[in-house]
Ligand binder design. Structure first.
Ligand code: NAP
Ligand code: GDD
Length: 337
């Protein structure tokens, strides 16, 4: 294919699956990695020997570095995935989150513009169902008004609109993917799905006694990350840039995720008590799940469900993996480790 892509956030869950997909398609893939005191490349380690996979040190808060990298590579496609992506942590580091997730997108757009690459470079911008926050309708579509509920959601709102504004103002090919939650065995350990599967494994291994969670009644539209990175690629193969919801149109609670994950590990969980006193117990009466208010968020997103009809019609994209299969895959991978 002889095309060149730059992936910001290449060490993350999505960056790793997208790298595999693009390399399979024959792309030369450049990835932006942050310097850290210990190596954080375990998701992409298996790609290290591929000579079409090239890493560059960089950071979304450093404009000159981004300009230099983009100037050197002159990418056909930029997949802008880098972000401080944890919603609860964005309440602890709101300014950093705004800088990375909001202004970071502006830095990429400006770099492409200043380098005269507007005609050449197409940009995928990683937006999120967190934009809907306090949802105005169910299911959410591309036309549903936004009402973000966290510094992360607000930073991504800026990211969404600045990409759209540069599309309208300068004719740039910037597509916003409004992706709903997507998970995998490579999901970060402090997102709820991975925290649950990892904790169940630790409980079975005797390393942990109780899984502590926050709001187990929150509902999410959970898909499988490898399915979702295909949608990113498809968005950049269209004749025109646009905004797309990528989701399954199914919603499930954290509670359901807990029940199914434990079941996959051979333990039937039942619930007793209410509110902060609610616990999940195994058939022998052992408490395996409890509620800890430290995981409650100052403002929560209660219910997400996305309608991906536009993506189906225009991109020919559909989710391939249902909720139960997703939980099974994640739990199986955890138990096999
Ligand atoms: P992730 O696993 O948390 O990966 C985030 C990536 O961004 C990592 O490579 C991280 O590097 C990098 N990064 C963070 N801050 C950076 C900075 N200042 N400079 C350079 N790189 C930085 O996230 P993900 O699940 O793959 O999600 C990818 C993107 O989609 C994110 O923008 C996220 O907000 C968005 N999104 C995700 C979901 C989802 O459900 N997964 C849904 C909607 C939207 P380190 O490895 O060094 O930390
Ligand atoms: N992380 C976490 N840890 N969440 C918990 C816990 C816990 O112990 N207990 C309950 N939850 C609830 C959260 O309050 C939230 O309602 C839900 O589980 C999902 O939380 P996360 O897995 O942290 O994901 P998120 O929905 O907040 O954000 C993810 O999805 C967004 C798309 O909707 C992230 O990947 C974001 O980057 C992404 O934009």
């Amino acid at each position: 294919m002889n095309r060149t892509a730059l992936i910001t956030g290449v060490t993350g869950q999505d960056g790793s699956y997208l790298s595999e997909l693009l390399l399979e398609k024959g792309y030369r893939v450049h990835g932006l990695v942050r310097r850290s005191s210990s190596f954080n490349r375990k998701r992409i380690d298996h790609l290290r020997s591929n000579e079409d996979f090239i890493l560059h040190y960089g950071d979304m808060t450093d404009s000159s570095n981004l300009i230099r990298i983009i100037k050197t590579i002159e990418p056909d496609e930029i997949y802008h995935l880098a972000a401080q992506s944890h919603v609860q942590i964005s309440f602890d580091v709101p300014e950093y989150t705004a800088n990375t997730d909001g202004l970071g997108t502006l830095r990429i757009l400006e770099a492409v513009r200043l380098l005269g690459l507007v005609e050449r470079t197409r940009i995928y911008n990683a937006c999120t169902s967190e934009l809907y926050g306090e949802v105005k309708e169910i299911p959410q579509t591309e036309n549903t008004p936004f009402h973000p509920r966290s510094p992360y959601g607000v930073a991504k709102l800026y990211s969404f609109w600045i990409a759209k504004n540069y599309r309208e103002a300068y004719g740039m090919f910037n597509s916003n993917g409004i992706l709903f939650n997507h998970e995998s065995p490579r999901r970060g350990e402090n997102f709820v799905t991975r925290k649950i599967t990892l904790s169940i494994k630790d409980i079975l291994d005797g390393k942990m006694k109780i899984l502590s969670l926050g709001n187990i009644n929150a509902k999410r539209d959970w898909g499988y990350a490898p399915d979702y990175v295909e949608a990113m690629w498809l968005m950049l193969q269209q004749d025109e840039a646009d905004d797309y919801v990528i989701s399954t149109n199914e919603t499930h609670s954290v509670r359901e995720f807990v029940e199914i994950a434990f079941r996959e590990a051979g333990i039937e969980i039942t619930w007793e008590g209410e509110g902060l006193k609610e616990v999940g117990i195994d058939p022998n009466g052992n408490v395996l799940v409890k509620i800890d208010p430290k995981y409650f968020r100052p403002s929560e997103v209660d219910h997400l469900r996305g309608d991906p009809s536009k993506a189906k019609k225009e991109l020919g994209w559909e989710p391939k993996t249902d909720f139960r299969t997703l939980v099974r895959k994640m739990m199986k991978a955890e138990l096999e480790q």
